[in-house]
Design a binder for this molecule. Structure first.
Ligand SMILES: Nc1ncnc2c1ncn2[C@@H]1O[C@H](COP(=O)(O)OP(=O)(O)OP(=O)(O)O)[C@@H](O)[C@H]1O
Ligand SMILES: [Mg+2]
Length: 468
């Protein structure tokens, strides 16, 4: 079996003079003998030189297009986007080692690569191309050992923990599969995100992704939602209606909160999984479905089985391929890289380049995150709204996350009592706050002015009073 690394490499793409090409060729040979892929970027983060090994990994077609390509499009915005941590580090003149990225290669599954990046120091002889500004070195990451050193990026996600590295590998493995997948994890851990990614990287990616939330509908409605119904099947069924299984034909049916499916429907679901057949409600005609099922739940299905509330046979049918997303508090090393990624998303929606102060990072790292990634995302969105400048401080974060920082010198009021707002002119309770907001038509700036407080204090108090 030949690995892409053993193929005869096509010639390196090169820019600049012959001497400069030679200089890079020497660098390339040196890194190549260590099994490393080497790239030189210009000041705009575009690839100026790339080594033969990269070309052979990407395939002949891609090779000619690598030169001039942004590093972001090769290794992902999570690392090299405008606010990506590696771009930021390089701009600050710093080097980073051992980060990880998923590289889509021409043949075979995507490969996990270890990424190091540094500003390029120029040689004394002056043979280096002066336009080559940064150096990026890749090597295939050893997928059997998880290095705790650097974050992993790919599929639009970022993480650093061994637990999430396993999730990345599973998504990777599933790229050529249509197996049933069961995603479990507490609320807000990213179950739906993972389900969508699995679909988007599956052989069914051009088909539909249809989501049904079993907890949102009572049993009878859920049955007709999933399987459809015929006219007259029940009061209000005025015409035939196709169900979500039909809508998900050639695609994926995402069965969210599957632990909430009532027992009588669990039998029907089991039949779909075993025989791919079902009937619309009120119909005798048997229909076939080829929808791939990805199920998710934040409940402990094993316990539901033990309590007789979930069928054991269905449980085993669903967990053909189980993926467990651990809570954020048990993978704290993910908090910082994830916060930076989420913040860059929040910032790009509003056209701002936002950063986290070291103190804000410390606060994020010490919080328990009962609401997991969703809570982190909301906290950053909140902080981005409150923050006047570019750098988020602890006091910009919601009070439950940074209580001491949010109310310096103030005693924290117990949640059940009305929280007074300290203002220049005295103290305002929740009711007065509401009145002031009404009077100013909920314009926060005007209300803050009227109360003589800063916009951030007002915003925090609104949240605390459930008005924000
Ligand atoms: N690894 C991740 N990278 C970036 N964003 C993420 C990640 N995981 C979750 N998120 C974000 O967190 C939020 C919650 O994710 P999601 O809706 O997938 O959670 P969930 O597990 O389905 O939650 P629930 O059980 O409450 O439905 C989403 O806004 C999602 O974009
Ligand atoms: Mg969900």
């Amino acid at each position: 079996m030949t690995s892409p690394f053993e193929e005869v490499p096509p010639p390196a793409c090169a820019a600049g003079s012959l001497d400069q090409e030679r200089a890079f060729s020497a660098v390339n040979a040196a890194f190549g003998s260590l099994g490393r892929i080497c790239m030189a970027l210009d000041a705009d983060f575009r690839i100026r030189y790339a080594s033969d090994l990269l070309m052979s990994l990407l395939g002949a077609d891609a090779a000619s297009q690598v030169r001039g390509l942004s590093i972001e499009s090769l290794l992902g915005a999570e690392l090299f986007g405008l606010d990506g941590p590696l771009r930021q580090a390089l701009l600050a003149g710093e080097k980073r080692e051992g980060w990880r990225a998923v590289l889509n290669v021409a043949s075979g599954p995507a490969r996990l690569m270890s990424v190091s990046a540094a500003p390029l120091l120029h040689d004394k002889l002056g043979v280096c191309d002066p336009a080559a500004t940064y150096l990026v070195v890749l090597r295939p990451a050893d997928e059997s050992t998880v290095e705790a050193s650097g974050p992993i990026a790919g599929f639009g996600l970022i993480a650093r923990s061994p637990a999430m590295a396993r999730v990345f590998r599973m998504i990777d493995v599933l790229q050529h599969s249509e197996s049933t997948v069961l995603v479990t994890g507490e609320s807000g851990t990213g179950k739906e995100v993972v389900a969508r990614i699995i679909h988007a990287h599956s052989p069914r990616k051009s088909g539909p992704f249809v989501a049904v939330n079993a907890a949102a509908l009572p049993g009878e409605l859920l049955e007709s939602e999933l399987f459809g119904h015929v006219r007259g099947a029940f009061t209000g069924a005025v015409r035939d209606r196709a169900g979500r299984f039909e809508a998900a034909e050639d695609g994926t049916l995402f069965l969210d909160e599957v632990g909430d499916v009532p027992l009588h429907l669990q039998v029907k679901l089991l039949r779909v999984l075993q025989e791919h057949t079902y009937e619309r409600v009120g119909d005798s005609q048997t229909r076939r479905t080829n929808a791939r099922i990805i199920a998710a739940t934040n409940r402990n299905l094993r316990r539901l089985v033990a309590d007789g509330r979930f069928r054991e046979d269905l449980y085993y049918r669903l967990r053909v391929f189980p993926i467990e997303l651990p809570p954020l508090r048990s993978r704290r090393e993910d908090i910082e890289p994830m916060a930076r990624l989420l913040l860059s998303r929040v910032g790009s929606r509003t056209g701002r380049a936002l950063r986290l102060s070291p103190e804000a990072v410390r606060v994020l790292l010490s919080y328990e995150w009962p609401g997991n990634v969703r809570e982190l995302e909301n906290a950053l969105e909140f902080a981005a709204t409150v923050c006047q400048g570019q750098t988020l401080q602890p006091e910009d974060l919601p009070p439950e996350i940074a209580p001491a920082a949010a109310f310096p010198g103030e005693e924290q009021a117990p949640a059940h009592r009305p929280r007074p707002v300290a203002t220049a002119s005295g103290v305002v309770d929740d009711l007065e706050l509401k009145v002031a907001l009404e009077q100013n038509r909920w314009n926060r700036l005007a209300t803050a002015r009227a109360l003589g407080v800063s916009r951030s204090t007002l915003w925090r108090r609104m949240r605390a009073a459930s008005l924000g």
